[in-house]
Design a protein around this ligand. Structure first.
Ligand code: 7PM
Length: 274
């Protein structure tokens, strides 16, 4: 927004950039360590117009083997500290572990992003003792097996019910609604058809009156539909970003920040005439 109130950049949809943090277990002979590489990625995303950097805990990835708390802490916390020291940017921490949440909050995390919606031991208490916003994501089943046979009688209704229950649990623990962001969890225990039904009907969650986060970037719902490898999913990813933004998604979680910011600017330019 300019002083005159003209929209010149994006609509008010925020872009969350996914930061790849790979373990630094061996030297690949490259010039930079994975830590340095992460900081270079952050700098690039900031110049591309990112609003929030999401530091991914490997343990949240579908099919991934569990990462120990010590490993996750050593991967995430030093990076969070370095980003907060060097840059003026919001950081979200993608974790389901209470201790990682706690350390992340101490070291300046702006959002806790939990694909398990604070269902793990101790997480509600950690969040209740803070004032940090939290993203509650829906998942059916557990990461290793959730894509085997997803089933819903009513995918929107059941996810909405899950949100209502988790919001209630949060509020009872002292995490008020104003801090909660909802995410239907694309690809987390959903078939291709269910993922597209969710995307088409994201607006159905509007009556909960909470910000929505949409994460479809480069996912199988795009790859399988288009028969594209993971490095060929940009057009599909941008299309899903726009479809979500048109239904008032507040945050779009993406790998391709620059392209998404451009796409949202184009959308925004038409929205002011609607
Ligand atoms: C393999 C498969 C690697 C899937 C990584 C992923 C979401 C998230 C992830 C999401 C929120 C990815 C996913 N997805 N957090 N973390 N919402 N809030 O594509 O959709 O990054 S992991």
């Amino acid at each position: 927004m300019t002083a005159k109130g003209l929209q010149t950049s994006t609509n008010n949809t925020k872009v969350m950039g996914i930061l790849n943090v790979t373990p630094d277990s061996f030297s690949d002979g490259g010039k930079f360590s994975s830590f340095d590489n992460a900081l270079i990625q952050v700098e690039q995303m900031i110049s591309d117009g990112v609003d929030i950097i999401d530091i991914g805990g490997e343990s949240t990835r579908p099919g991934a083997v569990d990462v120990t708390e010590a490993d996750e802490l050593s991967r995430v916390i030093p990076l969070l500290k370095a980003i907060k020291a060097k840059f003026d940017i919001k950081v979200s921490i993608d974790t389901s572990k209470a201790e990682v949440m706690s350390q992340a909050i101490i070291h300046g995390a702006d959002i806790i992003n939990d694909v398990r919606a604070l269902q793990n031991e101790g997480c509600l208490t950690v969040l209740a003792n803070s004032d940090v916003p939290v993203c509650l994501m829906h998942m059916q089943g557990m990461p290793r097996t959730m894509q085997e046979n997803p089933h819903y009688d009513d995918v929107i209704g059941e996810i909405k019910q899950f949100f209502i229950e988790r919001i209630k649990v949060c509020e009872d623990e002292g995490i008020n609604r104003e801090r909660i962001i909802l995410d239907p969890g694309f690809g987390f225990g959903k078939t291709l058809e269910q993922n597209y039904q969710l995307l088409a009907q994201l607006h159905q969650f509007s009556d909960l009156e909470l910000p929505l986060l949409s994460g479809t970037s480069r996912k199988s719902m795009i790859g399988n539909l288009l028969q594209r490898n993971v490095d060929e999913r940009l057009a599909g990813s941008l299309t899903t970003a726009i479809i979500a933004a048109q239904q008032n998604a507040s945050i779009i979680r993406v790998h391709d920040v620059k392209e998404t910011v451009d796409a949202l600017k184009v959308l925004s330019m038409t929205q002011k005439y609607q």
